[in-house]
Ligand binder design. Structure first.
Ligand code: NDP
Ligand code: 8X3
Length: 251
């Protein structure tokens, strides 16, 4: 395990769930943080709580990962670890009746947003011959399920892009990993069911899902291996989940 003290970590989607848990975990390790998301109030509250408890260097930047011009206009500091976490699934409608605006939102954030961010940060890493890109994939990037259509396609794209990055970056010293969880109880399902918290809660009823902290643990594991080690991919599920749709529920 290497020390990450003083490294600067950029986390997209730090206002909630896995991104927020990563912010707390990397702050505990003494990392400087660049926290991003669209909800300014959440970012400010997280930054205030972390700066009180850890005293690490913190910057918050509010923007939408779909906004290419906005991303280009930001004077990015040197980043050691980029956690491409921002993303969403909306709806579980069959393809034939799917909502095209929602498809666009998923493709634009999960695929194009990840690409825009990576394109903004990677040249600095290449110049410094060091860095680590950690992408949030999903079990949905390995298996497809009814109604998962476009969300699954975006996460299959993340898997392909993670592999492509490793190929394009070989020889630069930069590491590329993906962490691909199954069911994690965050705001993900509330977003998926368009704000219906009750329906979202039912997704995890009677079973023990992963927590955002469990996923942050895996991300920190990837980031703290010795410099010559690349963890390519972590696929993780709760013990109560054996596959997408194969879930042990206690009555
Ligand atoms: P949450 O809904 O709790 O968090 C999603 C984060 O992404 C929020 O901080 C949100 O911030 C940000 N985000 C979404 N869209 C945009 C956008 N257009 N621009 C900027 N930020 C955006 O869900 P999770 O923490 O669960 O999700 C994090 C990642 O993990 C996603 O990529 C998701 O696909 C993946 N994942 C989740 C699983 C799960 O079961 N929960 C399983 C496998 C993978 P804001 O709204 O403030 O912009
Ligand atoms: C989120 C997990 O199984 O709902 O990526 O697609 S799943």
């Amino acid at each position: 395990m290497i020390s990450l003290a003083g490294k600067r970590v950029l986390i997209t989607g730090a206002t909630s769930g896995i991104g927020e848990a990563c912010a707390r975990a990397f702050a505990e390790l003494g990392c400087g943080l660049v926290l991003t998301g669209r909800r300014d109030d959440r970012l400010k509250a997280l930054a205030a709580s972390l700066s009180n408890s850890t005293g690490v260097e913190l910057t918050t930047i509010v923007f939408d990962v779909r906004d290419l011009e906005g991303i280009r206009a930001i004077p990015w500091p040197a980043i050691d670890i980029l956690v491409n976490n921002a993303g969403l699934g909306i709806g579980l409608d069959p393809l034939q009746s799917g909502n095209i605006e929602e498809w666009d939102a998923m493709i634009d954030a999960n695929v194009k947003g990840l690409l825009y961010m990576t394109r903004a940060i990677l040249p600095g890493m290449v110049e410094r011959k060091s860095g680590h890109v950690i992408n949030l994939g999903s079990a949905a990037g390995h298996w497809v399920y009814p109604g998962g259509n476009v969300y699954c396609a975006t996460k299959h794209a993340v898997k392909a892009l993670t592999e492509a990055m490793r190929l394009d970056l070989v020889g630069t010293g930069i590491r590329v990993s993906s962490v691909d969880p199954g069911m994690v109880e965050t705001e993900f399902s509330v977003v998926r069911f368009r704000g219906d918290a009750e329906r979202a809660h039912k997704v995890y009823e009677g079973m023990t899902p992963l927590t955002a902290e469990d996923v942050a643990d895996a991300i920190v594991f990837c980031a703290t291996r010795r410099a010559h080690v690349n963890i390519n991919q972590v696929i993780m599920m709760p013990v109560d989940q054996a596959g997408i749709g194969t879930v042990n529920r206690r009555k």
